[in-house]
Design a protein around this ligand. Structure first.
Ligand code: SAH
Length: 222
């Protein structure tokens, strides 16, 4: 793991400044977490330093997946309205960067990943860094099925879903919020869904612009 040098810390300060000034990110707990957490600990690809903290750059990780761009992580997390102590279900653990940001904000995170290689590697990394997020290997379309930790206050989907997964919605509290990119390879939009009741007619949707995520795939990959 690369050390967290003053150079990287400086890059993160610039990153946060841009998110605040140019992208309207106002959630102070989120900005603090992004300034504190070394994103480069979660990247496997060796990149020039400048690119590691470019706010619009997604970076390749194992299994042909990506760690979302900082601007995307910031937008999704701000939309999620996380408060300390909340139970958050995350679909797509990937590198664990988003998971760690949520932990830094005081959330209790339950994260599911379908790629076994990523699940094992990231679970180890998060625990080595001292995070108590619970990681699961499984198909996030069903939410988390192994143990019933729900219902969750929040759900964040970090892969592009073709539709709103009912399995996850059923594990979300009434009054809860889901943030999810919906679409296909021709285009995705970011949605915030307010679950105002159990009936899908009571799921109020807000669109928050274009998104570009790796696809949410069915089943798990051992
Ligand atoms: N939050 C991650 C983003 C990783 S990319 C990060 O910060 O690095 C999206 C991840 O979603 C990939 O790791 C992919 O394997 C996973 N994924 C795709 N479909 C899934 C599904 N049905 N269930 C669980 N994870 C899924």
């Amino acid at each position: 793991m690369l050390p967290d040098t003053p150079k990287y810390q400086g890059r993160r300060r610039q990153m946060v400044q841009r998110l605040r000034q140019d992208r309207g990110i106002r959630d102070e707990a989120l900005l603090q977490a992004m300034e504190k957490l070394p994103r480069h600990w979660f990247c496997t690809e060796t990149l020039l330093d400048d690119l590691l903290y470019d706010i619009d750059r997604a970076i390749k990780i194992d299994c042909d997946q990506t760690i979302s761009a900082p601007a995307t992580v910031a937008l999704q997390t701000q939309l999620l309205e996380v408060k300390p102590g909340m139970k958050v279900l995350e679909v797509g653990t990937g590198s664990g960067y988003q998971t760690a940001i949520l932990c830094e904000m005081g959330a209790r995170v339950f994260s599911v990943e379908r790629q076994k290689v990523l699940f094992e590697k990231t679970r180890r990394l998060l625990s080595a860094l001292g995070y108590t997020a619970k990681c699961f290997l499984g198909d996030g379309y069903q939410g988390i099925t192994e143990v019933d930790y729900g219902p969750y206050d929040r759900a964040i989907i970090t892969c592009g879903a073709p539709f709103i997964p009912e399995g996850v919605m059923s594990q979300l509290k009434v009054g809860g919020i889901m943030v999810i990119p919906v679409g296909d390879d021709k285009g995705q939009k970011m949605y915030r869904i307010y679950k105002e009741g159990d009936d899908p007619e009571q799921w109020r949707q807000e669109c928050h612009g274009d998104a570009s995520f790796v696809p949410m795939l069915p089943g798990r990959n051992y």
